[in-house]
Design a protein around this ligand. Structure first.
Ligand SMILES: [Zn+2]
Length: 131
């Protein structure tokens, strides 16, 4: 190993800048300057493992199955309404619907999903099912 360029009595293990002159110096002489490279030091080039893994968004799979109004909705609505003690007209005004709508629903004639939801909300019954 090369001897220290300053004292010449110790192995030059450190590369240091002393008075802007880069020299190979020993441990003790290196304190006089700015250490540029210390070979004994383990070069900690531990590369940060970049967290490149993208956040996989868990896609909520929407069920391919359709939500449908149950077949016997008329009976369910009618019974549920009677339980509440409301007349068709009362329920109609409460739901802000025409009495004909209530009547048709109770007769099992017509009920779309939106209206079914409304009945569910007002009567506390289940009128839809996943198919
Ligand atoms: Zn020295």
């Amino acid at each position: 190993m090369k001897d220290c360029e300053i004292c010449g009595s110790a192995p030059a293990t450190i590369k240091a800048s002393i008075d802007r002159v880069i020299l190979q110096v020993c441990q003790s002489c290196s304190s006089a300057g700015k250490i540029l490279e210390a070979p004994l030091e383990k070069k900690s080039k531990i590369s940060m493992i970049a967290q490149m893994i993208p956040q996989i968004e868990i896609e909520k799979k929407t069920p391919s199955s359709e939500e449908l109004v149950v077949a016997d909705f008329g009976k369910i609505i009618s019974l549920a309404r009677q339980k509440t003690g409301m007349k068709q007209g009362e329920l109609a005004s409460k739901m802000n619907e025409k009495i004909a709508v209530i009547h048709a629903a109770e007769q099992g004639k017509r009920l779309d999903l939106a209206l079914a939801r409304k009945f569910e909300k007002f009567l506390g019954v289940r009128l839809t099912e996943i198919q």
